[in-house]
Unconditional design. Sequence first.
Length: 353
Amino acid sequence: MHLSTRSNRTMSLLLGVFSAFCLLGAALGQDVTYEDYLAQIKACPRECHCPRNFPSSVYCDNRELKQIPNIPPHTLYLYLQNNLIESLSKEALSNATQLRWLNVNHNRITDEGMAEGALEAMPQLLQLYMGDNLLTSVPVGLPSSLEQLQLSSNRISKIPAGVFSGMDRLSLLDLQGNKLLDDAVTEVSLKGLGGLVQMNLAKNQLSSMPTGLPPSTTQLFLDGNNIQGIPSEYFKGLPKVAFLRLNGNKLSTGGVPRDVFNLSSLLELQLSHNQLTEVPFISAGLEHLHLDHNQIKSVNGSDICPVSAEALEDYAYASAPKLRYLRLDGNEIPPPIPRDVVTCFRLLRSIVI
Ligand SMILES: *[C@@H]1O[C@H](CO)[C@@H](O)[C@H](O)[C@H]1NC(C)=O
Ligand SMILES: *[C@@H]1O[C@H](CO)[C@@H](O)[C@H](O)[C@H]1NC(C)=O
Ligand SMILES: *[C@@H]1O[C@H](CO)[C@@H](O)[C@H](O)[C@H]1NC(C)=O
């Protein structure tokens, strides 16, 4: 009895050590030695917290820090959000060359505070969160390894030419809530973003559609600008656009060619809170359409139906329009829902009028 209890305890201790090593392996990757693991725990900055089972994560968030503490080598994930940090100091980050993730959201970082070369010294950085700071320009010297760059809620009005050069791994660029005008977003300023998937330019000061977006763009968010019109060939250069949000702009039917959204790639189109008086033509593949809070007076289902009457009649569901969700509330359309709308869009699950 006694013996077996002891061996059980030894067993569970061994298992514990074993699983700690497994965790360690999983957490730090294959090439981290036990010495490095101990060194990492020992080097954890006094101001921060480094979990024992995941010491490559360094938590220094919400601590009223004015400066970045010295970050130990082997740090992969660094959390510095919600502090009072004014600069990304090269010195404090000089050993953080392995960083994959850097979160400095909600601090007081200025353009001057971006030490030259501080970010370039992190050649493996994948995600950089710098939202809610005091930047007026997209910082130069970004590592070309970056996949996601979050710069929302700064005061950015400038995108320096060539700042994204060589950054074809960047898939997400979030610039919402800044002060970008039309002439800031151009082919010259966006050059290099060959792999961009999501571009968020919501809540800026654009009065026309941005130029220079790469053809890889799939999600384009432009809500809350002052955009008045869309050039008829605009989407020719964006063959993959699937999610398009233009809520809260100044689009009127006169400024929007009626077939400009008739794009086979489009799955979701949001045009709420504009000044449209007519329903634009859509493609049979569109699944979500938001047209609420415009000035539309009537909807002619056969007019906007992307499929011909004959094709509808043969009840071939494969060719039926894919629209599942339609919002038309906040317009001037009297109920009931026009019958020809329901006849055309047979897959509609929800319609708000
Ligand atoms: C960087 O690491 C070296 C070697 O471990 C150490 O001597 C130095 O103080 C570290 N620098 C910072 C800023 O932490
Ligand atoms: C929409 O585009 C398709 C394919 O390009 C085309 O056949 C169709 O006529 C267009 N519909 C309208 C209403 O422009
Ligand atoms: C809807 O449009 C079609 C084709 O443009 C037209 O023939 C029809 O009269 C319209 N229906 C209504 C109710 O206005």
